[in-house]
Write a protein that binds this ligand. Structure first.
Ligand SMILES: [Fe+2]
Ligand SMILES: [Fe+2]
Length: 237
């Protein structure tokens, strides 16, 4: 794709003056965050409060759920500001939530693995937005990032606690085996035309396949630190 001179878009007013392709790409991304943050909070984080085994774990899980709902609220408000209709910013609208949420979470170990591995995937996506040409979106990513890091660290700390017993270790490994295969496709297809548009406008920096490779490397290191392993994933992208 030919290089275009990408402007720094500093305000919502400047955004309104950008080409349609730019605006459509930004709206697509904001819509996806707004929907998926809410859906994830509803199907994983809030139900996990009941699964948490101790008052301390419940307290921290409440904080995670609060922050994930907060991410939805921030992205939704931002979406409204940049002209996305409200119904498109909620699950149940025209866009379906991602398949990573179609996992029937039943146990505390599964929730810990979801935070460990899915929030790491989210961190990669948000990291990529830290340099986005649309500054208000860049700022939103910066505000969200410390919380996503806390969620992934929460997953790591509680998984580390579980793997101290044989039974806990088996439960965490089983959760990794069941959940992990959903994550590599989360980064989108190789040679994606959508991703090419995001990169053309410097909304995203990296190709889907680059992000996926980086994710696999980081996920593997994390899981090995816990004395566990990632399952073989044979998905074709
Ligand atoms: Fe989030
Ligand atoms: Fe998160």
């Amino acid at each position: 794709m030919s290089e275009v001179a990408v402007p720094e878009v500093r305000t919502v007013d400047e955004f309104a003056a950008q080409p349609e392709e730019y605006k459509t790409a930004i709206r697509k991304l904001v819509r996806s965050h707004a929907i998926n943050e809410l859906y994830g909070a509803q199907v994983f984080d809030e139900p996990a409060i009941a699964l948490a085994p101790t008052p301390y774990a419940k307290w921290l899980t409440c904080r995670v759920a609060m922050e994930e709902y907060g991410h939805h609220v921030r992205f939704k408000e931002f979406g409204l500001e940049i002209g996305i209709p409200e119904e498109e910013l909620m699950p149940g609208g025209p866009k379906r939530p991602l398949s990573i949420f179609e996992f029937p979470m039943k146990s505390w170990a599964e929730f810990c693995v979801i935070k460990l591995l899915a929030d790491l995937a989210e961190i990669l996506q948000v990291e990529d937005l830290l340099h986005c040409s649309f500054h208000p979106l860049r700022n939103l990513a910066r505000a969200t990032m410390p919380e996503e890091r806390f969620h992934a660290d929460f997953g790591k700390q509680f998984s580390a606690e579980l793997v101290r017993t044989e039974e806990g270790k088996a439960a965490v490994q089983a959760a990794i085996d069941a959940y992990f295969p959903r994550l590599p496709p989360f980064f989108g297809r190789d040679n994606s035309p959508n991703n090419a548009i995001f990169r053309k406008w410097r909304i995203k920096l990296r190709k889907n396949e680059e992000m996926r490779a980086d994710y696999l490397r980081r996920a593997q290191a994390l899981v090995e630190e816990l004395g566990l392993r990632l399952p073989e994933v044979t998905t074709v992208h």
